[in-house]
Design a protein around this ligand. Structure first.
Ligand SMILES: Cc1cc2nc3c(=O)[nH]c(=O)nc-3n(C[C@H](O)[C@H](O)[C@H](O)COP(=O)(O)O)c2cc1C
Length: 168
């Protein structure tokens, strides 16, 4: 079975919980979980399929464990790889920087052509988000603070989409 490397950063454990749900939702791929806090920054090179997840912090920032990591990612050769991103945020408390961590993470990727897993904006209510590009989110957006009840269904749909996009 093909492997996916899922790398996440999580402060209160919400992104970690979601990462485990994403791991369980895949049927055709085996997902290996790595907390960026403990993993070496060259580990993503080992995988052809990658998932990167972050929460949003401090108005417009990624989860802090990603800070060191993203600079290594900037030097990585992504040719032949496929990458999908997911981000957590709180649209009620931070409507002007909703899921900005996801947008920041995306902006650090040196080659955007490898990114799959875009996600529609429908069903969220906020004013501004760095995760938005051309009327779509650059990856799956989840809000465990206000829309926890929608998380499982969003993950199911996104993973179904990714199993196709990773196989194309
Ligand atoms: C100090 C602080 C700043 C935050 N900043 C943002 C933000 O700018 N945008 C956003 O959408 N969510 C923001 N959040 C919400 C978190 O991203 C959200 O609760 C997330 O689920 C936390 O996930 P984690 O436990 O995996 O780190 C913030 C939360 C805190 C406590």
């Amino acid at each position: 079975m093909k492997e996916i490397g899922l790398f996440y950063g999580s402060t209160y454990g919400m992104t970690e919980t979601v990462a485990r749900k994403i791991q369980s939702a895949f049927r055709k791929f085996r997902v290996m979980l790595h907390n960026v806090k403990d993993a070496s920054a060259d580990l993503p090179e080992k995988y052809d399929f990658l998932l990167f997840g972050t929460s949003a912090w401090g108005i417009g920032e990624m989860q802090s464990d990603w800070e060191n990591w993203v600079f290594s990612l900037g030097k990585m050769d992504f040719s032949g790889k496929k990458v999908a991103l997911f981000g957590l945020g709180d649209q009620k408390k931070f409507p002007d920087s909703f899921a900005d961590g996801l947008g920041k993470l995306y902006s650090h990727l040196p080659d955007k052509s490898v990114v799959v897993g875009e996600w529609p904006l429908d069903g969220y209510s906020y004013h501004a988000s760095l995760a938005e590009k051309n009327g779509r989110f650059v990856g799956l957006v989840l809000d465990e603070n206000n829309q926890k009840d929608r998380t499982d269904e969003r993950i199911r749909r996104w993973v179904d989409q990714l199993e196709k996009e990773f196989s194309d």
